[in-house]
Design a protein around this ligand. Structure first.
Ligand code: GLN
Ligand code: ZN
Length: 758
């Protein structure tokens, strides 16, 4: 019999109960005992769902109080010295202190989990002396067994992945750290074995990245040790998000099972298994149901794939499973009552994916006739969406194809544009500007609520937005900024705002996914051809421009950021969707230009987030990402100044691509990536306009003139002063009014000093 499994289930709960419980606990509204009980009930609910659907190998210990990497660090007592921790099981106060910071100690760093939008807490090894402080996997296994009679499959983060994602050690100390960690893993597995645990899923997503020779040896050493230490436990070394780098080495490990991603690593993993086969003594976890996308699977196609695999790995050694943890998709489509039926029927969130996994396992065991109805249903739903009007915009498809076919070039190269712009705009030396948003005060949020609920009509809301703009236009002039912005008061979110105004997008009611800690996001769904409907930002920008003689910069979100922060259709490539977005945004850019707005900023903070995991695919992605940006912005006059903005990522190794975007001016966050970004300009003369953020906008603290002067001086050592702009790191929407005004006044004062000096 073929078995079914998933690699993990979302923690947040169908109505984000998990988030609410965590936040209530942090706010002191509930005690620890109540938190524990609430979370236990959430856990059991999730297990019951999987049991009811008939999943054979149900994951346990995939649940977390915050993040699974933080759990692993805590389980090994790896707590930085700045926290008040004296050994033993890590108390919740310390655990949450590491995640969120305390009054005395700053939080641990947080970073993106591979190429997903999930963020994990980075363990700090430093001088830690790891011990097994508690066996969380065992506790989870016992709970599932005692409460529900489930023979669970504990999930743990494998030693290689844990080590590679940690910081606070030198590369040459890796083996020494493994020597400390692996015995703890062995102990953990032995305890599981003594309890009668049969299967343990050891997550090693690091194995899809390029491994050095040394790491390959470590891989073999680690699993030889673990397999010998716990011979009665079946280990599945689980990979996901891409094809594995070293298929032969991986499949020759002395473990019982290997899990491969046949969705996001389909081509590579399939080629490897066809070429090298699969060992007779192992079980294959075949990840065929997409754990990251939200679409129904083409079940017939998946069965074909599984049948091919079953010819290599006999059915009794096959596990049909999700490609990765279902953590990355929303919980269920059950609450989606407002979506168009043709879209709704084509969606599968976590619960629907459980059903798909079970169906496929059944279909493979008992033959297609056993699931014939479901095969037809999935086929019809997918076809209906494919043939829907939303996906039949021939004009859009042709325009996107045209963008793909021709180069996206401004009329003139930068030097000529720069001269034309200087003559046109007469900006002062070292011009000052901001990134777009101004404080979204409680008043602004309340007004939007009132309007959304229908308590305010369009006119009332527009009048309120105008008042906000009036206030900030006056204030910006008084502060002495050179290029002004309208403040983005009408926007909640930089992607949602545009998605709501473009065709081809849908918004779920409850499609939340965990981003970090209790923070969830609800990505828009790009399900149809993306089309411009009517101007989206012209009215507010034009209104702001009518209030001042200084230039007002229009403000848009770029094609790649919209793409990377949405769930997208899969019948087109991401590149094709990017070109559709570029075409739509180009029309907005042109509408702004026509309305007399001659400076237009197209934000692209998320370009780096779309970077493929495999280094050899970086160049291809960056080429079309850059082209989509250029396509959105290249049709304007020479005097029209295109700006862009990027933040909170490591940009120092992609300066070439940033330059290739050919924006007349880029503003880029500098404080977090500090030295690195500025250093990279030492080796690379940046030939376009650029503003390196002169202050961090994440704290209410007002930066001093001296601090900003120091930032400006540092930047001017490596960048051409004639092309340099002065701006904060990012938008100011999370800040208060008073501190924003004070900070900007200091920024202008620092600029005046720099102007006098240079
Ligand atoms: N223009 C946006 C703002 O100022 C940019 C936001 C961002 O970079 N994430 O809010
Ligand atoms: Zn930003």
């Amino acid at each position: 019999m073929v078995q079914s499994s998933v690699l993990g289930y979302p923690r947040i709960g169908e109505n984000r109960e998990w988030k609410k419980a965590l936040e209530a606990f942090w706010a002191g509204k509930i005690e620890e005992a109540e938190l524990q009980e609430t979370l236990k009930q959430i856990r059991l609910t999730h297990l019951r769902k999987q049991q009811a659907i008939g999943i054979d190998l149900i994951p346990v210990n995939d649940f977390s109080y915050y993040d699974q990497i933080l759990d692993t660090a805590a389980m090994f007592g790896i707590v930085p010295k700045r926290f008040d921790y004296a050994g033993g099981p890590v108390p919740l106060s310390v655990y949450y202190g590491m995640a969120r910071g305390t009054a005395e100690a700053t939080a641990c760093e947080m970073t993106k989990w591979f190429n997903t939008n999930y963020h994990y807490i980075v363990p700090e090894l430093g001088d830690a002396a790891p011990v097994l402080t508690e066996n969380k996997a065992l506790a989870a296994y016992r709970e599932a067994k005692e409460e529900l009679g489930i023979e669970g499959k504990p999930v743990i983060v494998g030693p290689l992945t844990f080590l590679k994602l940690s910081k606070g050690y030198q590369a040459e100390e890796a083996q020494a750290w493994l020597n400390k960690l692996v015995p703890l893993y062995a102990q953990l597995l032995q305890e599981l074995g003594a309890e009668g645990v049969q299967w343990v899923q050891v997550d090693e997503p690091i194995l899809v990245t390029k491994l050095s020779k040394g790491e390959l040896e470590q891989l073999q050493g680690v699993y030889a040790t673990l397999a010998a230490a716990a011979p009665n436990v079946n280990l599945i070394v689980q990979t996901y998000f891409e094809a594995v780098d070293q298929y032969e080495a991986l499949t020759s490990l002395p473990v019982k099972g290997i899990g491969l991603d046949f969705v996001h690593g389909l081509a590579g993993n399939l080629a490897a298994i066809r070429k090298y086969g699969f060992p007779q003594d192992k079980v294959l976890g075949a990840g065929v149901i997409d754990g990251r996308g939200i679409w129904k699977a083409d079940l017939a196609g998946k069965l074909d794939l599984l049948n091919e695999l079953a010819a290599i790995v006999p059915a009794d050694r096959l596990i049909v499973q999700s490609s990765c943890s279902l953590l990355h998709v929303p919980v269920s489509t059950r609450q989606e009552t407002k979506l168009e039926p043709v879209l709704l029927h084509a969606l599968a969130f976590a619960d629907e994916k459980l059903a798909e996994v079970e169906l496929l396992a059944r279909g493979l065991s008992s033959g297609t006739s056993a699931i014939a109805e479901d095969l037809t249903a999935s086929k019809l739903a997918i076809e209906a969406l494919e043939q829907s009007e939303a996906r039949s915009r021939l004009d859009i498809q042709a325009a996107a194809a045209q963008i793909a076919a021709v180069p996206a070039e401004r009329n003139q190269p930068f030097a000529a544009r720069h001269a034309a712009q200087e003559a046109h705009w007469h900006l002062p030396f070292l011009p000052t500007t901001t990134i777009g948003s101004f404080p979204q005060t409680a008043e602004v949020r309340k007004a939007r609520q009132a309007w959304r609920k229908g308590e305010w009509n369009e006119e009332q809301y527009a009048a309120f937005i105008h008042e906000q703009i009036d206030y900030w236009m006056k204030l910006q002039e008084e502060i002495g900024l050179d290029v002004l912005v309208h403040g983005e008061f009408e926007r909640t979110d930089m992607v949602e705002f545009f998605g709501e105004k473009l065709a081809g997008f849908a918004f779920t009611s409850n499609g939340w996914v965990q981003s970090y800690g209790s923070r969830c996001v609800k990505p828009p769904v790009i399900y149809g051809d993306v089309a411009f409907v009517e101007p989206m930002t012209v009215k507010e920008t034009q209104y702001a421009q009518s209030k001042t003689n200084r230039p007002v910069k229009g403000m848009l979100t770029g094609p790649i950021t919209i793409l990377n922060w949405s769930f997208v259709r899969e019948d087109l490539t991401r590149e094709q969707i990017a070109y559709q977005l570029a075409y739509a945004l180009r029309q907005e850019v042109e509408a702004l230009e026509q309305a007399g707005i001659g400076m237009i900023q197209v934000d692209e903070p998320a370009v780096r987030e779309g970077l493929p995991l495999k280094a050899e695919e970086h160049a291809g992605y960056l080429a079309w990402a850059v082209k989509a940006f250029r396509a959105a912005t290249c049709t304007v006059a020479d005097t029209t100044q295109i700006h862009t903005h990027m933040c909170y990522c490591e940009f120092h190794d992609m300066i070439d691509s940033i330059e290739a975007m050919d924006a007349d001016v880029i503003s880029i966050e500098t404080s977090r990536s500090h030295g690195e970004l500025i250093e990279s300009f030492e080796h690379h003369t940046y030939p376009l306009g650029i503003g390196l953020g002169v202050y961090d906008i994440h704290s209410p603290r007002v930066p001093s003139i001296d601090e900003m002067t120091a930032m400006i001086e540092r930047a001017l050592r490596v960048l051409d002063p004639k092309l340099f702009w002065i701006n904060p790191d990012c938008g100011l929407k999370t800040r208060g009014i008073a501190e924003t005004a004070a900070s900007l006044r200091n920024m202008v004062a620092a600029t005046k000093a720099a102007r006098a000096k240079h």
